[in-house]
Ligand binder design. Structure first.
Ligand code: ADP
Ligand code: MG
Length: 683
């Protein structure tokens, strides 16, 4: 199929500086550290007759044929190129109008890419198509290929990086003895080698030769991270908090008296961990992790009651209005009978109501304040905030979490963060050393396991039957539509289409649609209708991912499940299986790659969030774990905490030593690597 231009006409491209900043490119030094993803060998043009299947090659010739061909999968562009020695087929499975132009008959083109055996002889699928050159114009070294962004060309990056390499003096901050001990090359050598492998280097032999250079950069990165971690831990140790240790836990006792169920052992344990932290004069900085449905909300409520028992205010911030309101309703049920005063703060409030609430917060009359981002606006002044709780904390940035933590000059409130996104222990240990972690590793009793099925999208009809079946039994159904690219607009079209299709096929069912582009109050109305059982089926984009609690929902259908992350699928599946009835999750898949199939199998085979996280880590590495960002310590670009475990250990030891022998060099090093990262020095 022919692709339209990626950006719509008239849609503005962000300014260059902004696009570069997204790649982490601001200062010269950032360019120096912007290292190639891989290399291309454009040093010679081979006669087509000498190209070999299985190798990457470059050739140059004339287009002698080019046509659009219809295939079941869409329209392809097929061309034949000849250089007099032989012919080569070129196939583009999807293409832009500009590429049709490049491959017009009689034009001479240079092609670079992997060569394979096609139906009609040798072919290149999606080669790089470039203007022809003379042999003399070819580069004498391997060509680096850099991570690039929107409308930033490789050529531009190469020039800019070469300039930075000339302008910046790459001094080596590390003492020579550690380099000798670990067999690491000098910093300048390593960096220059990676950007510009020497003339003789060949693509095949390169991986070994660059290994030492990469090792050096990873080491420097890890050392910088260790220094940053220690720095933020030291800052934390310096700050003060008012201890929360009520003489008599009157409210807590009454709370337990009225609770219709007993806490699980895991809940009891984590509450004790939190209680011990709260009694200290340093602010708690604790992450409460527990799988979906493990019962984190009640722990949050208990911590809040403890703070209130001790005469403080507490606050709970949730990422969406829907979720905040659910918390409010649930927690009010528990706490209002105890005589605790709750207040509610959200963006969509009437001014009068909002002002009244602000006053109650400032006077201390409101004891527990629940809300959204509205809680961190400047107009909100707490009388005596002792504890701040953040639900689904990965939805918030570091800055937002810190803002909630406003305190008086010399005392901070305690901070409790809740998350269902499991962070593997190894990662938590090395990365989040400034964050304490409590884990609820047990579900409340009586949960029925969820049956998960993988079904091809071509059998969507059968699934419609299952939907009708559940609804006939009085149950409710979620139908989640995929995120296509990162664009809300396309996303929305897909969801709307599915919604129309379901309405047509199941006309007797009451079906609702909720998506990210709806105004918050409309979203609210639809979610409420689903919660009240007025809707049978809720078609949604991933807006429902966060902790919605509708126990009567027993079927979760996820369309194009292969496009979701494992953690996300697990979260979504956790929306069902909350009531007494047996629940199901159907993963509808489109085209599956080998790893795609592996990933979906993981979801089918286990419902243990930690196991899923561990397998996910194996499949994609830890870089993307949300947890990595939450300590305020920047993520790693080069090193991999799992694969480079030995180097992590060496970096940790060296950082400790370095901070004692030469603290200013160590600090400078950390700043050079992470200086521009969000909240690094503050967090
Ligand atoms: P999550 O950890 O995903 O936020 P919730 O706090 O929403 O989970 O809890 C899920 C459900 O389990 C809620 O309906 C809650 O009231 C219930 N629940 C929590 N703890 C227990 C328990 N110990 N025994 C029985 N039910 C519980
Ligand atoms: Mg929750």
């Amino acid at each position: 199929m022919a692709y339209p231009a990626l950006r719509k006409k008239g849609e503005k491209l962000a300014p260059l500086s902004e696009r570069l900043a997204r790649l982490g490119l601001q200062k010269d030094w950032d360019y120096v550290l912007h290292l190639p993803l891989r290399y291309e060998d454009e040093r010679k043009i081979s006669p087509i007759a000498e190209l070999q299947a299985g190798c990457t090659g470059q050739c140059q010739g004339q287009v002698i044929r080019c046509e659009r061909v219809r295939r079941p999968s869409g329209e392809q562009l097929q061309a034949t190129v000849s250089d007099g020695t032989a012919t080569l087929s070129v196939r583009l499975l999807h293409f832009f109008p500009s590429q049709v132009k490049q491959l017009e008959v009689n034009k001479t083109v240079r092609l670079y890419g992997p060569v394979r055996d096609g139906f009609t002889g040798l072919e290149m699928v999606h080669p790089k198509i470039k203007p022809p050159v003379d042999q003399a114009q070819l580069p004498s070294t391997l060509t680096p290929v850099y991570p690039a962004g929107e409308s930033i060309t490789q050529n531009w990056l190469r020039k800019r990086i070469s300039r930075a390499l000339l302008d910046v003096e790459i001094s080596d901050p590390m003492p020579a003895d550690i380099l000798v001990k670990l067999h690491l090359p000098g910093l300048a050598d390593a960096i220059r080698y990676l950007h510009h492998p020497p003339v003789g280097a060949s693509l095949a032999a390169l991986s070994d030769r660059t290994a030492a250079a990469w090792q050096r950069l990873k080491f420097d990165e890890l050392v910088a991270q260790q220094v940053a971690l220690r720095h933020s831990r030291a800052l934390k140790a310096q700050s003060q908090a008012k201890p929360i240790a009520p003489e008599r836990e009157v409210l807590i006792e009454r709370f337990f008296d009225r609770l219709p169920f007993a806490l699980t052992d895991a809940q009891r344990r984590v509450f004790n961990e939190i209680r011990a932290d709260l009694a200290k004069t340093t602010p708690m900085n604790r992450l409460l992790q527990g799988d979906v449905g493990s019962g984190k909300t009640i722990i949050a409520a208990l911590a809040a009651v403890l703070a209130i028992d001790a005469g403080f205010q507490a606050t709970l911030m949730a990422p969406t209005e829907i979720l905040a309101e659910q918390h409010y309703e649930k927690i009010a049920q528990w706490l209002e009978p105890l005589g605790i005063k709750l207040a509610w703060l959200a963006g969509k409030q009437k001014t009068k109501e909002r002002n009244a609430n602000l006053e109650a917060i400032a006077s201390g009359q409101a004891q527990l304040i629940i809300g959204t981002h509205a809680l961190i606006q400047e107009s909100v002044k707490f009388a005596n905030l002792g504890l701040a709780i953040v639900d689904e904390q990965h939805r918030f940035g570091v800055a937002q979490r810190l803002a909630l933590r406003q305190g008086s000059e010399n005392s901070l409130p305690h901070l409790l963060m809740l998350s269902a996104t499991p962070i593997p222990r190894t990662l938590a240990m090395s990365y989040l050393a400034d964050l304490d972690v409590s884990v609820i590793d047990e579900l409340p009793p009586g949960r029925k396991p969820i049956v998960t099925k993988l079904i091809s999208l071509s059998r969507k009809r059968d699934v419609l039957g299952a939907v009708a079946d559940q609804v006939n039994q009085g149950r409710q159904v979620y139908w989640v539509c995929p995120l296509i690219e990162e664009s809300e607009k396309i996303d929305l079209t897909a969801a709307t289409q599915t919604y129309e299709e379901l309405k047509r096929s199941l006309p007797h069912l009451r079906i609702g649609l909720v998506h990210g582009a709806l105004p918050a109050d409309e979203k609210q109305v639809i979610m409420q209708a689903f919660q009240d059982g007025v809707l049978d089926v809720l078609v949604a984009t991933t807006v429902i991912e966060v902790g919605v609690d509708v126990p009567n929902a027993t079927l979760m259908v996820i369309e194009h499940a292969e496009r979701f992350g494992l953690a996300q699928l697990h979260q979504l599946r956790g929306r069902v299986g909350r009531g007494a009835e047996k629940s199901f999750c159907i993963l509808l898949y489109g085209e599956l790659s080998e790893t795609g199939r592996e990933r979906l199998k993981v979801i089918r085979e286990t419902t243990d969030g930690f196991e899923i996280a561990r397998r996910d880590l194996e499949i994609r590495g830890p870089g993307e774990f949300l947890g990595a960002r939450q300590s305020g310590v920047p993520m790693l670009r080069f090193a991999n905490l799992e694969l480079d475990a030995e180097l992590v250990e060496q970096a940790r030891n060296f950082a400790q030593e370095w901070l004692q022998t030469d603290p200013s060099a160590a600090a400078l090093h950390a700043k050079r690597w992470f200086g521009h990262a969000e909240g690094f020095l503050e967090a």
